[in-house]
Design a protein around this ligand. Structure first.
Ligand code: COS
Length: 391
């Protein structure tokens, strides 16, 4: 039986995240956006509340929240401020390769470190010349005795300027394409250099940095999973994190929809609130449908993971549709506000700028379509361990 009713526990989780978004994020979101303030104070509060490391299992000190629970939280964070929300969710992305492929020792050391104290981790996949084309990466990891030496550069790294460790993808066999990539845990003291912080269009509260690895030596034991199997680890990671990113996009869309709805009831033109005009009603109606549909795709892609099933297709459905919905709904919200929508004093222009990144990061909308087309036209059979909700 399909039942969309949330349990008491799930509703409580959502309420807790909503209160946090309403009381801690919303009051500062527009100021932090304007000044591009890195939200350390909010991140610390999120850590104290236990929503910075939701997927870390209880054996490593985490709450072990499942993927649906994580998505419920991320929608609220996206509703509060997706820039701050992205900073909060970043540990989940960075630790997913450890949860999936890390040895017990690495899990004990690195997952526990995040729950024992306020610490951050960053996921380092993208490079200046390797965005959508992951296997085009140039960062190398060369084995020397019981160490790997990493050299290269990564870009668009969330929390990159503040991370206490990095999960890094590098070529261990330069000539083997996607079959020559491996993943490692890299502490900053190994020789990580933070080059610059990006000045972004939206999500300006999140820190996005360019990182260089100069002769970074890490113990061979810091290898995640098997050598040359890093590409699959990255894909399995993204399968698990895209539902959460999509949930955040739903949060942006919902926020824009709510602002537009409220405004349409207040703004009077031609003698009546603009909500009385059918042109506006139809925009509001489409927003409502799209938010609802995007949320259902998110929930389905998360529930499949919680059932231990592969969700490659469904997570791309969710990410593609939710990201495009966030962009469309935020753009239409600006339209409902008319000229005021274009003014920074009003809330929706930030949402429109924030929404744009949802169509770009963790796989562009085009990459999601590519995955959907491949999974539809030529379904891939893969042998892989069942997904685990928590480490
Ligand atoms: N889970 C497990 N394995 C997967 C997988 C998945 N979701 N997707 C692909 N694979 C495997 C394939 O089965 C194939 O295995 P073999 O080596 O055994 O043949 C291998 O990985 C290569 O797959 P594919 O041929 O599809 O790889 P491509 O180079 O064509 O790349 C895309 C596929 C484009 C989908 C991938 O590179 C991608 O997702 N790019 C976007 C990256 C991204 O999201 N970046 C954002 C930054 S992260 S914040």
């Amino acid at each position: 039986m399909v039942d969309f009713t949330l349990t008491d526990e799930q509703r409580a989780l959502r309420e807790m995240a909503h209160d946090f978004a309403a009381n801690e994020m919303r009051p500062v979101a527009w100021d932090y956006d304007r000044d591009s303030t890195w939200p350390e104070d909010i991140l610390r509060k999120a850590w104290e509340l236990g929503i910075l490391n939701t997927h870390i299992g209880e054996e490593y000190g985490g709450p072990g929240i499942d993927f649906l629970g994580g998505a419920l939280i991320e929608e609220e964070l996206g509703w509060g401020c997706s820039g701050i929300g992205t900073s909060i969710a970043c540990n989940g992305l960075a630790t997913a390769p450890i949860v999936i492929g890390g040895s017990e020792e690495l899990k004990r050391e690195y997952l526990s470190s995040l729950t024992e104290d306020f610490k951050l981790a960053s996921f380092c996949l993208t490079e200046p010349d390797a965005g959508s084309d992951v296997s085009g990466m140039r960062t190398t990891a060369v084995k020397k005795g019981d160490k790997y030496v990493i050299n290269g550069s990564k870009c668009f790294i969330t929390n990159g300027g503040y991370a206490d460790f990095y999960t890094v993808y590098a070529k261990t066999d330069k000539d083997a394409g996607h079959r020559g990539i491996s993943a490692f845990v890299v502490p900053p003291e190994a020789g990580v250099v933070v080059d610059k912080k990006e000045d972004k269009m939206g999500q300006r509260a999140s820190n996005t940095a360019t990182i260089t690895f100069n002769e970074c030596e890490v113990p061979a034991d810091n290898l995640l999973g098997e050598e040359n199997k890093g590409f699959k680890l990255a894909m399995m990671t993204l399968d698990r994190t895209r539902p959460g990113v999509a949930a955040m996009a739903v949060g942006i869309a919902r926020a824009a929809f709510e602002f537009a709805t409220d405004y349409s009831k207040e703004r009077v033109q031609f003698g009546v609130p603009i909500a009385m005009h059918q042109a506006i009603q139809f925009m509001i109606a489409d927003m409502a449908t799209d938010v609802e549909a995007a949320r259902l795709l998110v929930w389905k892609s998360a529930v499949l993971l919680d059932q231990g099933r592969r969700n490659t297709l469904e997570s791309s459905h969710a990410k593609r549709f939710a990201a495009d919905t966030a962009m469309k709904v935020a753009t239409d919200a600006v339209q409902v506000y008319g000229g005021y929508g274009f003014i920074k004093e009003y809330p929706v222009e930030k949402l429109m700028r924030d929404a744009k990144i949802m169509q770009l990061y963790e796989g562009t909308s085009q990459i999601q379509r590519l995955v959907i087309a491949r999974e539809t036209l030529l379904p891939r059979r893969v042998e892989e361990p069942a997904a685990t909700a928590a480490a």
